[in-house]
Design a protein around this ligand. Sequence first.
Ligand code: SF4
Length: 449
Amino acid sequence: MTQTKAGPDIAAGRLPEDAYSENFSDLHPLLEQHEAQVEADRCYFCYDAPCMQACPTSIDIPQFIRQISTGNPDGSAKTIFEQNILGGMCARVCPTETLCEEVCVREVAEGKPVKIGQLQRYATDHYMSGHDETPFSRAAASGKKVAVVGAGPAGLSCAHRLAVHGHEVTLFDARDKAGGLNEFGIASYKSVENFAQREVDFVLSIGGIELKTGMRLGDNIDLAELRATFDAVFLSIGLGGVNALNKENESHNGVLNAVDYISDIRQADELSQLPVGRNIVVIGGGMTAVDIAVQKKLLGADDVTIVYRREQDRMNASKFEQELAQTTGVKILTNAQPHALVTENGHISSIELERTVSLADGTLNGTGEILSLPADMVFKAVGQTLVRDDLDATIALEKGRIVVDADRKTSLDDVWAGGDCVLGGEDLTVTAVEDGKIAAESINAALNA
Ligand code: SF4
């Protein structure tokens, strides 16, 4: 739990009790059957469908939409799960507006794409509400053992595909439950009713996967031991460290890591018990910054400002996420960067920001102009880092990430990696799922060679 000592203006229960469930209800409620039918009928079932080419997991989108259209949602879900076993979560969290829906011919022609993400959710939710097990069966036992380290999207995807191929998988995770960022790292209104854990159970239902929690690489397991015990290893350890602002007073009360607080919100039994400030400042421009800012507003904070050092069109958060923040009442202050954290009695009280300007060559300069925002909580959302214990001496790293080839193979013959921990990782659930899938096929080929 994040340590947030009561500051001058931090309190729990800022809203009436019933406001919490309303504010944190499903962002995109499930389509009704007739709505799904109408939406599916909008699809042109394009040949060489651009939506399918834009999907990182290459789901056959026209095929699954046609199956909905013909009254076969379970068949549709199977089409999705064949390419993406975490299709249910991806339907909730994928930035479809910059992937499949952006290139949908109906978006290009009319500015109104087929709602591919919501149709995917309709099909996968329909299947999972009627079946506890995945629609796949395991091949005959191969006698091979694979360690998968990290039970987030990449690890779950890899473990499932390996299990389908008949291998015995041990799935390690440092936390007390599986799911990774799906469980601990996304805004609560994107995945309600414990969906992340239901999806973990669904993935594990394939059999042949032993989940071991509380096992952290470099702590109570190490890579050398795993390589000696297993026929292959897949690393999907994510990014466990958090970048600092490197300012004085950063360790004072009220200066917090956004990822920790997002996890607290996800795991909270009672949202009304979480401490909320009146004036919140979030430093960063990505999805994490938006996730924490919107949720603080929904928890009852009066004033929430995202501070981003460049222009708004350079923010990593998608346009949809930026609009979500602004329609929720979050302000976005651009071209400003932290200058000083001001504290009173050991607690943050305000933040001084320096105005910035981007030069033609892309460099960012401070202008020297200083402004101040009152703040009883400041959240750092300026990126995460790979925790490298146990890796530095053994495996090729570049720019602080694990180097992999197109098959997600590392510099070690028997070790593969995927998800956020690898160089070029895109910080998306769907690309992590694809990494796990590609690695599993490569591992399977190597074990059968
Ligand atoms: Fe259907 Fe749009 Fe994909 Fe064409 S591009 S197949 S209309 S979803």
